[in-house]
Design a binder for this molecule. Structure first.
Ligand code: FRU
Length: 489
């Protein structure tokens, strides 16, 4: 099955090269469907990234684990498919999971999924499984799989039980699992083990108070700067003001995990990303001590115009996490600077009305700017513009209402709309990454982040600025970026 799936993806690559929206510096499979990042870890010094993959079409289907590795989180090499749904206990999918390097082996823990009837919301059986690899490429599933065969007793849904994230604390291994109560409130379960085979259920570590959705998927638990953090992806949170307008959310809570009782005392839920396309993030701690996060840059049930080119889904850029006063700050990993080609810089530019700056245009670039916005109520940076065809993707500081807005209503193909994040202040700092069909904006040093897929025409390459008062751009840097993900040769 692995060979057939790998051949399907590697032999099909030619067709996909015509895709005008093919991303150039974001990890994605050579072709066909991907969703969540899985098994994000380091093994023998290399970064390994797996992902939920359907290697036969640009639609979700029985899940395999796609696989890539990198020395620097920037340049990625595709590897053969790592896991196929080839056992009775995972026959309908090797669902999400995580990985660790243990005694020269790369160990992954994942969810085996089996449909037991027609209604995939109710008729399913999910179990937790282990697979190991010595060379970091070929995996063997453990003979004692599944290592967790059933959801625990109590107010825990027996079937929706998935996405193990493993880590080591003192002498034991721990894992968090996505779950829901019997009456459909999201929660996270904590397990522990000494050998990754015998797992003891400790407790429900955290659960929804009724406002945080019907299921928590893809939990991740880690410590940063002495604080414990639970990252998870709640499904079905209702919109509230300008928040939660995507179908599902991805966010975190900071607090303290009591490892003995298995209870996570925590603060409020906060979103990780305020754009459109960010789900199921996973983190690793690398050998430099950095906590790095990557996510699926897409959203369930949204349009994916790239499916016309046999592609669907991609990863966000890897982001380093920092803890600051109960919040997580995200910055693109420093290695991304290696992508910078020729640069252009400006200093002390006054923007009033509409303007453009010579040399600024393209479809794959990094744009940094620092501006004094106190004399304007509205300041806009427009990306991927083409006036003739009326295309633009707009980043708008709306000081009057205290929002920063990502507006993709006229971005091109795909679904449009706006997303907002509360923001005020006299200064605005933006670090923007535009790839051929994506935009990621890190606002004010990564305090807030907004991510979106956009599908403009290839000749929508303009960049312009607009304001209703005087905006002084103190510093601006622009770099075209090198292509870092290549098709299989
Ligand atoms: C999250 C998710 C996981 C599951 C996987 C299946 O996007 O639904 O909970 O393991 O995708 O592909």
């Amino acid at each position: 099955m692995i060979k057939k799936a790998t051949d399907s993806v590697w032999n099909k690559k030619k067709q996909a090269e015509e895709d005008p929206w093919e991303l150039t510096f974001h990890m994605a499979p050579p072709i066909f469907w991907m969703n969540d990042p899985n098994g994000f870890t380091q093994f023998k010094g290399d970064y390994h990234l797996f992902y939920q993959h359907h290697p036969f079409s640009p639609e979700w289907g029985p899940m395999y684990w796609g696989h890539a590795k990198s020395k620097d989180l920037v340049f990625w090499e595709h590897l053969p498919i790592a896991l196929a749904p080839d056992q009775e206990y995972d026959a309908d999918g090797c669902f999400s999971g995580s990985a660790m390097e243990i005694d020269d082996e790369l160990v992954v823990m994942y969810t085996g999924n089996v449909w037991t009837g027609e209604d995939h919301d109710q008729d399913l059986k999910q179990v937790q499984c282990i697979a190991t690899s010595r060379d970091g490429v070929h995996f063997e599933k453990a003979t004692d799989n599944p290592v967790i065969e059933e959801a625990p007793e109590g107010d825990i849904h027996p079937y929706h039980f998935r996405d193990p994230k493993i880590w080591k604390h003192e002498e034991r291994y721990y894992c968090v699992l996505g779950s829901r109560t019997k009456d459909h409130h999201g929660q996270v379960l904590l397990y522990r083990s000494t050998d990754l085979k015998d797992w003891e259920f400790v407790s429900v570590a955290a659960k929804s108070d009724g406002t945080l959705g019907f299921m928590w998927e893809c939990p991740d638990m880690f410590t940063i700067d002495g604080h414990d953090v639970l990252v998870m992806s709640p499904q079905g949170v209702e919109p509230e003001g300008h928040l939660y307008h995507n179908l599902h959310q991805a966010g975190y809570m900071t607090g303290e995990l009591d490892y003995e009782q298995g209870i996570f005392e925590h603060g409020e839920f906060q979103l990780l990303d305020y754009g459109f396309d960010f789900y199921a993030p996973q983190t690793l701690k690398d050998d430099q001590g950095r906590r790095i996060m990557i996510a699926w840059m897409a959203m369930w049930e949204d349009d994916m115009p790239e499916q016309a080119y046999d592609r669907a889904g991609a990863m966000t850029l890897p982001r380093e996490l920092f803890y600051e006063k109960g919040r997580l700050i995200q910055r693109p990993v420093a290695e991304l600077e290696r992508l910078r080609l020729d640069g252009i810089s400006y200093q002390d530019v006054l923007i009033e009305g509409d303007s453009q700056l010579p040399g600024l245009e393209g479809d794959s670039y990094e744009l940094y700017l620092h501006a004094d916005v106190r004399k304007a109520e509205r300041f806009e940076v427009k990306l991927r513009t083409n006036e003739e065809i009326g295309q633009e993707t707009v980043l708008r500081m709306d000081r009057e209402n205290g929002f920063f807005i990502l507006d993709r209503s006229r971005c091109g193909a795909g679904s449009g709309g706006t997303r907002k994040v509360a923001l005020d202040g006299k200064k605005l700092e933006l670090q923007i990454y535009v790839d051929r069909s994506s935009v990621e904006v890190f606002i004010n040093g990564g305090e807030k982040v907004m991510t979106a897929r956009i599908y403009p025409d290839a000749d929508a390459q303009g960049i312009s600025f607009s304001s209703d008062g005087k905006v002084k751009i103190d510093a601006l840097h622009f770099w075209k970026l090198e292509k870092s993900i290549h098709p299989i040769s």
